[in-house]
Design a protein around this ligand. Structure first.
Ligand SMILES: [Zn+2]
Length: 324
């Protein structure tokens, strides 16, 4: 049976958002709550609560299933959580726990993959068969679409674009590695550069954007000062854009995507960083691959919910033998 709705749930380190989503991507009911800090089962209970809250607006037979995006390494085939940096969910069978309580089909996936799903189905990458999604936020994540399908790798652990080595001797990455892309582009990296600048005369606009306290400088304060035209803040974003552009050269040469879609809180607000990255990539990518478009994601905070719902629709349709 062709169902009308799917439930999409986006589990983040600070909040859990859920939506009842129509096939065309309209969110008809949504809710969110802070992510509990009291252990794995409190998080699972919160996921079940938001799922039940939004699905109460539809009859169970109209709901295709529940998709859940997690900030985790997910073995997609086994539906197991291998590793989760910000939440205590590694090894927790989120899928079975949510399925047994909600009596709905449940599919879990990595949040970067689902951001790609959302943009592919409903956003900036609509219609693109080969594209790369990169999310710039606290972490740097992403997903790949190859020949019109999400590409997750052999176990679903692929797409960890943020942990591409940029410099063998570079700064330490939150994953424990060294010189990875995330160590240059993640919120903590941009904030650290902003804090250092805010202690100098040249960084006074950044200091102002942080309310006058250099320790309170965030990546957002740097972006805000750059938008106001401050040269020091602009320089921080241009340098980050340079690094990002170099990384894109490698991805474009390897995958020859038509589109690179950049999302996440930083990706959607730091226009200067993205523009610079596009210039660097076009200047260095091998001939014939330079026409790739670099665009900003358009779904904003809804990307995770919409992507999770799109996954739930697809999983339902393939179970039922329906074609998209
Ligand atoms: Zn790393």
């Amino acid at each position: 049976m062709r169902t009308t709705y799917a439930v999409g749930i986006d589990v983040g380190g600070t909040r859990i958002a859920a939506g009842l989503v129509e096939r065309k991507g309209r969110i008809v009911k949504e809710t969110k709550r802070p992510t509990p800090k009291t252990g794995p089962f409190a998080v699972v209970d919160a996921i079940i609560d938001v799922a039940e809250e939004v699905s109460s607006a539809a009859h169970p037979s109209e709901v295709a299933g529940i998709g859940i995006g997690l900030p985790a390494q997910v073995d997609f085939l086994r539906q197991e959580i291998e590793f989760c940096t910000n939440l205590p969910l590694a090894g927790v069978d989120v899928r079975s726990l949510v399925m047994s309580r909600t009596k709905s089909e449940v599919t879990v996936d990595n949040d970067g993959h689902l951001a790609a799903f959302g943009e592919a189905r409903y956003g900036a990458a609509k219609g693109a068969r080969d594209f790369l999604m990169i999310t710039l936020g606290t972490g740097v994540g992403g997903g790949m679409w190859i020949a019109g399908e999400p590409y997750r790798g052999s176990r679903g652990l692929g797409g960890e674009i943020g942990h591409t080595v940029i410099d063998l001797d570079g700064p330490e990455c939150p994953c424990g590695g060294r010189g990875h892309l995330e160590a240059y582009l993640g919120r903590p990296a941009l904030a650290a550069k902003g804090r250092a600048a805010a202690r100098t005369f040249a960084g006074r606009a950044i200091l102002d954007a942080a309310g006058g306290d250099p320790d309170a400088v965030t990546a957002e304060a740097v972006v805000m000062a750059a938008r106001g035209g401050d040269a020091t803040a602009r320089q921080i974003l241009l340098e980050a854009g340079e690094v990002f552009g170099r990384a894109l050269v490698g991805f474009v040469n390897l995958l020859n995507p038509r589109l690179i879609c950049v999302g996440g809180g930083i990706g959607e607000s730091a226009d200067l960083l993205i523009e610079r990255a596009g210039e660097v990539m076009r200047g260095e990518a091998l001939a014939g691959r330079r026409d790739v478009e670099v665009v900003q994601a358009v779904l904003g905070n809804d990307a995770g919910v919409l992507g999770a719902a799109a996954l739930a629709f697809d999983e339902h349709d393939s179970r039922e033998g329906l074609h998209r």
